[in-house]
Ligand binder design. Structure first.
Ligand code: ADP
Ligand code: MG
Length: 325
């Protein structure tokens, strides 16, 4: 199968979206932006064996490749609209391509994203790079840099689950720990992350800053605070842990994964305490768990506390948990 056959067979779907004036098949794509909205552009690359285990199903790889980009759009409070796909393939196995395209289009369909173009090449390793272009009303986008001392820090969902799922896939967590439903849930959280797109857009006008959690809650919260020129603290006892991660990993490892595990694609965001009701209302409307996990201060660094006491914690794992328990 040559590249043109691959494009034609798996990726060239007729755009349902008439904002795409020229889609797949020409030298470039032409789109009509919505009047009065700003564009939000994101790109994320997945390398086989680096960002996902090589034996992850093709459909999961395709789904995940889109969701990680949707998650960046969510963190900007944007609305995703169009995508391009740069695909480097180590082989052109029809079964893999079929599954990959199915997963990719399944995720793209969640928010009506149209694949408008791409590039297909052969290489030694499979590399998937997706761009998404979205839009947002002027002044309704979020950045990392708006957090102020006194703001509250929130996170959506139950961080750590995806890292626990990956650990189950790679065998670094005992594959018989906990019950089977819990293990399946955790693996699914890695294989099929759910970008918080609707929630990001819902908080765009009143949250002060946001970031999506891809590298771990601690590291990403610190990035947000650094960008804001602020500090803060995360309260360990407030971390929302799923019953699944507790059951499979135990409380201590679950907390460590929640703080340092990547791949959650949840949103970490800040808001003025006067906006907490708005945060709760948006979460309620979308039936999404949102938890207050800390506060912003002007210390210039991010601390971790447990019941008010500072816990010694480094990004590469905390040392004092055992001593503290
Ligand atoms: P060119 O040689 O002009 O760069 P290509 O032959 O690479 O064009 O691509 C032909 C068309 O197919 C273009 O419209 C391109 O956007 C699209 N395309 C190529 N690869 C993909 C892909 N993996 N997914 C979606 N569209 C693709
Ligand atoms: Mg060309």
């Amino acid at each position: 199968m040559d590249e043109f056959e691959i494009i034609r067979r798996y990726f060239a779907r007729r755009a349902a979206d008439d904002s795409v004036r020229v889609g797949i098949g020409d030298d470039g794509a032409v789109m009509t932006p919505a009047p009065g909205r700003e564009l939000v552009v994101v790109v994320d690359t997945l390398v086989a064996g680096v960002h996902y285990p090589k034996d992850l199903s093709a459909a999961d790889v395709g789904y995940r490749a889109v969701e990680v980009n949707l998650s960046d759009i969510a963190a900007m409070a944007g609305r995703p609209r169009w995508a391009t796909l740069a695909l480097t393939l180590s082989d052109s196995e029809p079964e893999w391509l079929q599954g990959f395209a199915a997963g990719l289009f399944e995720s793209a369909a969640r928010f009506g994203v149209t694949l408008a173009g791409g590039d297909t090449t052969r290489g030694e390793q499979t590399v998937i790079s997706i761009h998404i272009i979205g839009d947002v009303e002027p002044d309704a986008y979020l950045t990392r840099s708006g957090a102020k001392a006194g703001d509250l820090v929130f996170v959506t969902g139950t961080p750590g689950d995806a890292a626990a799922g990956l650990a189950l896939l790679t065998g670094s967590v005992d594959r018989t720990a906990g019950d089977e439903d819990a293990r399946r849930f955790l693996v699914q959280r890695f294989a099929r992350p759910v970008a918080r797109v609707a929630f990001g857009a819902a908080i765009g006008r009143f949250a002060s800053a946001a970031i999506d959690v891809s590298d771990g809650l601690f590291a990403d919260t610190r990035k947000l605070l650094d960008a804001s020129g602020a500090g803060g603290r995360i309260e360990l006892e407030s971390l929302p842990l799923s019953a699944a991660i507790r059951g499979v990993c135990g409380e201590e490892r679950a907390r460590r994964l929640a703080l340092t595990g990547g791949d959650d694609y949840e949103l970490c965001f800040t808001a003025d305490p006067g906006r907490e009701d708005d945060v709760r209302a948006a979460a309620g409307r979308l039936d999404l768990a949102v938890t207050r996990i800390g506060t912003v201060d002007d210390s210039g660094r991010l601390a971790v506390t447990e019941n008010g006491e500072r816990v010694e914690f480094e990004d590469n794992g905390y040392r004092h948990f055992q001593a503290d328990r």
